[in-house]
Ligand binder design. Sequence first.
Ligand SMILES: Cc1cc2nc3c(=O)[nH]c(=O)nc-3n(C[C@H](O)[C@H](O)[C@H](O)COP(=O)(O)OP(=O)(O)OC[C@H]3O[C@@H](n4cnc5c(N)ncnc54)[C@H](O)[C@@H]3O)c2cc1C
Length: 301
Amino acid sequence: MAWVESFDAFVRTHLPALRVEQDAKMAHYTSFRIGGGARRMAFPRTEEDVERLLSFCREHEVPCLVIGKGTNLLISDQGLDQLVLNMLEMNAIRVEGTRVYVQAGALLSHVAVAAQKAGCAGLAFAHGIPGSLGGAVAMNAGAYGGEMQQVVESVTALFPDGLRTLRGEALRFGYRHSVFTEEKGVVLAAVLSLQKGDSTEIRAEMDDLMARRRASQPLEYPSAGSTFKRPEGYFAGTMIDQCGLKGAAVGGAEVSEKHAGFIINKDHATFEDVVTLIGVVQDTVFREFGVELEPEVKIIS
Ligand SMILES: Cc1cc2nc3c(=O)[nH]c(=O)nc-3n(C[C@H](O)[C@H](O)[C@H](O)COP(=O)(O)OP(=O)(O)OC[C@H]3O[C@@H](n4cnc5c(N)ncnc54)[C@H](O)[C@@H]3O)c2cc1C
């Protein structure tokens, strides 16, 4: 029996209330607007849903991709023969004093606004990052001098060996890296620790950072943000610009004229267009600077 049939039977029996989409077009679930159909996409609403779905995958050896808002993903047009766990329906946010209790699927922009309204400072940097809390924790997302590791107090996650709540060193935060990317942990929720601040000042800071983003980033086109990680001692965008690659295109994919660090989906780009352009940029930068650019975007095929 194909795994999808076992899966559908499993859901009917054990999770009858679970929302499941068949052949979910990944282009609809990613900011790049690229990606074919995923055989099944499930939208868990509780920790138990996630636990049962992961047990099913382990038992039936079905690969599982966990996604939040899909803002750091490049997915094959051939689609995914795997279960996609879309975390966006687990999205509760609660502020108590200067602590924020938040589920993985909450959007960072919503978390930042909830914190700002409650007079909690320290999360303004994250307001313009278009992902979910879970994706941001897994990636240790950061901008304008801030990084998730500065505000995360603890994270509850499901690992292949069970549920764990981790804090401090155990989170193994690094540049766009965490224990969750290393050990395939699914982030369920986190506690953020902020400081007391003035709501009006925090709002002004968020607005200022958003204006800086709009001025410097090609937000009018689909993309997955910065295509490459920042190599030590360099800026990827500056090197790409110095190689004369702004505007370089393969099919519908283009190195943004506005910010060379972004590859954009200018006009119905395919997965292959973007992957080929990534290769062109890597080869050119290596030839000119001897530096290997590593994609920040997660390429999944
Ligand atoms: C216009 C634009 C601007 C951006 N600016 C920034 C920026 O300033 N700084 C920055 O750091 N990033 C930036 N990004 C990239 C992206 O928004 C971040 O990496 C974000 O944290 C990804 O969150 P997501 O929910 O979209 O994750 P997804 O893209 O859905 O997933 C990304 C990775 O996280 C994993 N993941 C997602 N949810 C979970 C979970 N609950 N548990 C475990 N793993 C999970 C996925 O498996 C995948 O490996 C930008 C992207 C865009 C499109």
